[in-house]
Write a protein that binds this ligand. Structure first.
Ligand code: UDP
Ligand code: MG
Length: 328
């Protein structure tokens, strides 16, 4: 099934902002031009919006957003969070708040490091039936060497842990109303959108672009936040680290059985000093048992952890049913 979408599309561009006064004037200008160009090309409707989500900034960001809204309330909207809750939460807030007022939403960072020229392609992919269109960096020469290497390690590590994330895709993507509704059913507090969105399913496609440099201001993702984000991604999606403890427990416990047998043989052969056998037996035995016990307990904690997320067990994309037709 590959249904295209006809008619006017109301687009919302969602931009999380944290202390972005240095970039906001330029960003607002560039996005306004972009939206106007898209409207002129009849790719989107004139009800489309640019939505800034102020993530508890301490600088003049909110004042700027308020000014844009006052000057052009039809185009610019603003959402102010009561305190800094982090990029992922700010982004989720924007997406979920706007989902009932738009057909599709594009999320993008305030510094426009991600090329806004590909929004046209995203929309045409959406029109030809894609529900989620991922913006993927074809190269990141403009990023620092450290950022490139750390990102590469992170993607590889996540893959190793069995987490389905899209290589070189950050949070620049287009999502249709259906996938936004599906996303709203994920109620987890520890948010890692890049892991959740591929879980939603639907028809997806990719648009490639070269990542630019931040044109003003500084990165709001210092090393501390980056590590926290990576750790969040790993612990929110994988219980493999717990599995490692269980495996280690099994290995050590098996070795301990061999060691116990060995020390008993030595003991009965009279080749030991007094106390050595009992020491070795208890050392290996207890060590192995503790690790195994930890692993097994961990397995249960892993299950509890997955249950408490209350993730939806399925998402219906379409339904062919007489009763459902009558309802519409
Ligand atoms: N951001 C946010 N809350 C935060 C940190 C960052 O809303 O606590 C926003 C920030 O304003 C930007 C986006 O998240 O729009 C990405 O941040 P940045 O460009 O600094 O990250 P980098 O590109 O350096 O990874
Ligand atoms: Mg950036």
């Amino acid at each position: 099934m590959n249904k295209g979408r006809q008619g006017d599309i109301t687009l919302a561009i969602i931009i999380p902002c944290y202390n972005e006064e240095a970039v906001l004037p330029e960003t607002a200008k560039r996005l306004q031009n972009k939206i106007n160009a898209l409207i002129a090309k009849s790719l989107i409707s004139d009800k489309s919006k640019i939505v800034f989500v102020d993530d508890g900034s301490q600088d003049a960001s909110w004042k700027l957003i308020t000014n844009y809204h006052t000057e052009n309330p039809h185009l610019f909207s603003g959402i102010k969070l009561s305190k800094n809750r982090g990029h992922q939460n700010a982004l989720l807030c924007g997406l979920l708040t706007m989902k009932d007022f738009c057909d599709a939403a594009v999320s993008i960072d305030a510094d426009l490091q991600d090329d806004i020229e590909i929004i046209d392609k995203m929309i045409s992919q959406y029109k030809s039936g894609s529900e989620i269109v991922y913006g993927v960096r074809s190269e990141r020469k403009k990023d620092t060497v450290f950022k490139r290497i750390s990102a590469q390690c992170f993607y590889s590590f996540m893959k190793m842990l069995g987490v389905d994330i899209i290589y070189n895709h950050a949070d620049y993507r287009l999502m249709g109303k259906n996938s936004l509704n599906a996303l709203s059913q994920y109620r987890e507090v520890n948010l890692f959108l890049r892991g959740i969105i591929p879980m939603l399913g639907y028809k997806t496609s990719f648009v490639y672009y070269a990542r630019a440099e931040r044109f003003a201001g500084e990165s709001k993702y210092p090393l501390r936040k980056m590590l926290k984000f990576a750790f969040e991604g790993i612990t929110s999606f994988s219980i493999k680290p717990i599995r490692c403890i269980t495996t280690l427990g099994i290995i050590i416990f098996t070795v301990s059985l061999v060691m116990i047998a060995y020390s008993l043989i030595q003991y009965f052969g009279g080749r030991t000093v007094l106390g050595w056998s009992s020491m070795i037996c208890s050392l290996w035995g207890i060590g192995g048992l503790i690790l195994l016990g930890l692993g097994i307990t961990g397995e249960y904690i892993g299950k509890i952890y997955l249950e408490t997320k209350k993730r939806p067990r399925f998402t219906i994309e379409e339904m062919l049913c007489e009763a459902a037709d009558a309802g519409h």
